[in-house]
Design a protein around this ligand. Sequence first.
Ligand code: SF4
Length: 447
Amino acid sequence: MNRVFIKTYGCQMNERDSEEVASSLIERGYSLVENEKEADIVLLNTCSVREQAESKAIGKAGHVLSKKKKDKKFILGIMGCMAQNKGADLLKSLPKLSLIAGTQKFHHIPDYLDTLTKQDSNNKLPIIDLDEEANSQSHIKNHLDSSSKTVSAFVSIMQGCNMNCSFCIVPKTRGNERYRAMDEIVAEVEALARNGVKEVTLLGQIVNAYGRGEFARIDNKSPFVQLLDKLHAIDDIKRIRFTSPHPVAFGDDLIAAFTRLNKLGSHAHIPVQSGSDRILKSMNRPYTRSKFIDLVKKLRASNPEMRLSTDVIVGYPGEEEEDFEATKDLFVEAGFEMAFIFKYSERSGTPAAELSDQVPQHVKEKRNQELLHLLEQQSTVSNEKLVGSDLEVLVEGKARKGEGNLIGRTPCFRKVIFLGPDKLISNIVTVRIARISPNTLFGDLIT
Ligand code: SF4
């Protein structure tokens, strides 16, 4: 009665939270299995960003319960954002659910499962815990052993968000910003480095706001930049990335860090969401298009090799053709080469869902396609300039296609595929670029 299968929906933060739960369960004597058929306990770590993500997880939970209906001892738990968002309401559609644990409760899951596994199977009572808990952010710190064999690791540095963008459910599901202590994060990354990790990605819903209002600025550096400095000093960590930042927390100290700290590489992801001031205002995004372009210019000045990506929403309520044109123009002016494009979907519980002027689906689809096409063009032009150049590549593993092919990333976060021996995995090598596609570089190993 201790085989657990964890299924994760949604973002990298959820992946990281699931890893923490998995690691704490192993420590408690539970074992992880690869699929739900073999499991005595199934945990769904859920996402609430879109209504569809919630429906998918509820559908999955119903399916799992029906497959396991003869197993009276079987335990199904729902944790994470949807658990927090829907709470006990989940029992209406899933009466056999045993556990509903919110986003500040991941570290209690082993205790809750211990309790549930001891219950009389004919008289099971669900456990529901959605309360806020001081310092819960500090518990997301353990990694699975398998992480020590990988090149990259996620490190959660904060939880929650105070921004209240009108389309976003995160402030409701994750609560206010709470930051981990800097020393604890540094200790975690040092331990990862000792286990062979070469690259860390710092995670937070508004990651560059880390520590604001709580930790002091020192030498005119924000707490986030102080943290970057400390992590940069760890020898065996070769690359540091972070996601997702907010444009308003992208101060001059962080821009300067891209010149000073070479482990940051030459890629920045800056979610813009729209290129129209009118729509940005409606989204409650506290910057203008021209402020955003200023930021892009400063970043490009700090590092001319800088490659930029973004998040954008098309078809936000009230988005007219001219608003979308402003977004397209901004994509050209900023020179974005990658983007996560979201077709706006109504998210109940958010202010934007109350807006009346929803954009028809076919218009969202058309705008999505136009932006994808533009990105492909810009990325192709930029990649073509790299043909013939020698680039440093951190080798992440074997490529999915092509015998003997390895895959890695450049400092500007481009994917590179090349032929090479497995022993190079987790090393930094030099690859001469021979040809390109819009999203990938192909080259030959030099050293
Ligand atoms: S900053 Fe990001 S996480 Fe915070 S409310 Fe806005 S979109 Fe959501």
